[in-house]
Design a protein. Sequence first.
Length: 312
Amino acid sequence: MAEPESTVINARVKQKDPSKALVIAVTTRAIFNLEEEHKLYLEKGKEEYARHQQANQDKPLPLGTAFAFIQAAQYVNKMILESNPAEKDLFDILVLSNNSPESGVRIVNSANHYGLEISKFCFVSDEDSTQYLKSHSVKLFLSADRTDVCNALRRGVSSALIFQQEVQAPSTPLRVVFDGDAVLFSDETDRVFQEHGLEGAVQYERAMEAVPMGEGPLKAFAMHLGKMRKKFSQEKSPIRTYLVTARSGRDMGIRAIKTLREWGLAIDEAFFMDGAPKGPILTQIQPHIFFDDGLHNIQEARDMGVPSAWVP
């Protein structure tokens, strides 16, 4: 596979070993708020957009939804390296952009302005930039474009759609919330529920209690996150992970817990909501990112100011 048309290595940042690191690719519209610029691009075209970006190249872009998540990932790196300066199991952030290198100067300048440790900026002219994810060993891809996300998932890369929203940057440690079915786990029980209703799904779960659930689209990312978390005691960990699922703890929670145990994936806290709204719990947790496959849950979380990413 050819390299992206232009990959800018950020000399300000110590480069990571992609074979060891947890590589996260973010698009520019996920990490910065480019809604006005995107509107200009759609209405006036690529050339007008490029002119605007070049004219404003020294004006930092406002923050996007994924910004706080990336900043918290940097904090994790800092904590890991303080405890072991030779550690290679770190977050490695790269920006994947459909900007040309010329209009991308503003992106690089904005990242440097905010002190973001982004190792590479990949400016790709291809319509489908996700073809470059595997060559960069990307483990998680965050984009504000639904087609991008679906293409990445088809390529076997954990991926989620970021919605632009006002986000209050929460404090450290890094807090990540996963939904269960169709996110961490496969959608097998969801499919049973669609066909046979709640009672059928409960009976299915009881019958399958001893059988671990299949892998969901974000399992690989969660596993790598869990591996990094194990470098610290629970009290001192700069990473906290949560499972917030619509399952009931009484009827359908045991299989979820047994599956996590089988995978060796330790989760700090698990909430079995039995269909109740997730918003109040999420407000309490204040995650840097919340992954869910239900758009109604995403909307509720967004209404409460929780940075949310939809797994279609």
